[in-house]
Design a protein around this ligand. Structure first.
Ligand SMILES: *Cc1c(COP(=O)(O)O)cnc(C)c1O
Length: 411
């Protein structure tokens, strides 16, 4: 750790930092805060300091830390059976798939664990569908993606990233992807041809800084897919499951993708649970043995996932995110011209562009940490705010007030 932080780091935190530095590969650069407990929208560190969680583990903790319904569902299942592998059936997975399919308006569910695995699964399903149903010549399938995307970290997925940090030194890359500018419907049209089996898009680009496409863009993606007989794959891993004020961002704007990838909040912040959902005409092309995962669809994941679906069926978290949006906007309006250049908001999800003269996004996050709010920067001078959806209006006000303070002062 080369950076200096204003607050003297406690002996406990310093010890944890030394252990992290010594024993963990340096593929992350965490803020120097060591969390030992969480409750609702709040986290507590090893010294007893409390922080408002402004990241919610990249929206995996939408329903709050220690959500009692989810903890109870996990606890009950822990005492019964956790893992059978899919060589045998378990009594949790079928009901989970049925409920999730109904929630998503889909016919089939293919369960995996992490988001990247769901994206890989969608890619494989789209390619197999392309060869077996659409009739694309062998090994010619193309998937169109958007610049600025984030779909995960596997070698195939970084093959179509345009972030040099994600790609450099990880080649050779998987062919079969074509990139277009995000939000540009004409560019997408121009990239389509008969080899295109799918367009893979985030309805809102989260890691890019909560980049919201222009109105009508997702409709244009749908239309382009229809015109060229391609599948529309919406990666709803971060935009879905309540964050934007709806169960699915595509549904919020009135568009039906063919496949959706889901993850993050699907596991309730307890276990990794991901899935691809879609029609039998697409997911039904996969045959036994062609794809799978030892842990995908495990009984513990299915029990937690079923409770997540039950929570989403009630709609209260979606309604809360929608109701919080104007509160968040009003608070952020006060920062524009006072350290913030601008912001983008969708539900309870904000990307805030900081005046680079005031520091990097990370500098701001360090100052926020001192002020009791944990946030995460993305790309240079953008910070994001995506607290658990249990956050109150007052807590939103507190967080943005601290951000204003962090922008006014240099430490
Ligand atoms: C986080 C994320 C992923 C990858 O999920 P992991 O669980 O980290 O593999 C994929 N797509 C989007 C849109 C994401 O935000």
């Amino acid at each position: 750790m080369t950076e200096t932080t204003p607050r003297a780091v406690s002996a406990r935190t310093a010890a944890a930092l030394r252990v992290e530095d010594a024993w963990l590969a340096h593929n992350y650069a965490p803020l120097p805060v060591v969390i030992s407990a969480g409750d609702g929208a709040w986290l507590t560190d090893v010294d007893g300091n409390r922080y408002l969680d402004g990241l919610a583990a990249y929206s995996a903790v939408n329903f709050g830390h220690g959500n009692p319904r989810l903890v109870e569902a996990a606890r009950r299942q822990l005492e019964r059976v956790t893992l059978t592998s899919r060589a045998f059936m378990n009594d949790r997975l079928g009901p989970f798939a049925e409920r999730l399919a109904a929630l998503a308006g889909a016919e089939l569910v293919l369960p995996m664990n992490t988001g990247a695995e769901a994206v890989e699964t969608a890619i494989k399903a789209a390619r197999a569908w392309g060869y077996r149903v659409k009739g694309v010549p062998a090994d010619r399938a193309t998937i169109v993606v958007a610049r600025g995307n984030f779909h995960g970290r596997t070698t195939t997925i970084v093959s179509f990233s345009d972030d040099p940090v994600a790609r450099d030194d990880f080649g050779p890359f998987t062919p079969g992807f074509r990139s277009v500018d995000y939000g540009d419907a004409a560019a997408l049209d121009a990239a389509m041809d008969e080899t295109v089996v799918a367009v893979l898009i985030e309805p809102i680009q989260g890691e890019a800084g909560v980049v919201i496409p222009p109105p009508g863009y997702l409709q244009a993606v749908r239309a382009a897919c229809d015109r060229f007989g391609a599948l529309f794959i919406a990666d709803e891993i971060q935009s879905g499951l309540g964050r934007t004020g709806a169960t699915f961002e595509t549904a919020r704007v009135g568009v039906r993708p063919d496949l959706m990838t889901l993850g993050k909040a699907l596991g309730g912040g307890i276990v990794p649970v991901s899935a691809v959902v879609g029609p039998a005409a697409v997911l039904g092309v996969l045959r036994p043995g062609e794809h799978g995962s030892t842990f995908g669809g495990n009984a513990l994941a299915a029990a937690v996932g079923t409770e997540v679906v039950a929570i989403l069926e009630e709609g209260t978290f979606q309604a809360r995110a929608a109701a919080a949006e104007p509160v968040l906007r009003a608070a952020l309006d006060g920062l524009v011209g006072h350290g913030a250049l601008g912001y983008r908001v969708a539900g309870l999800w904000a990307g805030i562009d900081i005046d680079p003269a005031l520091g990097t996004g990370r500098d701001i996050c360090l100052r926020m940490m001192e002020r009791g709010v944990l946030m995460k920067d993305t790309h240079g001078s953008t910070v994001r705010f995506a607290p658990p959806l249990v956050v109150t209006d007052d807590e939103i006000g507190f967080a943005i007030e601290q951000l204003g303070d962090a922008l006014r002062t240099r430490n």
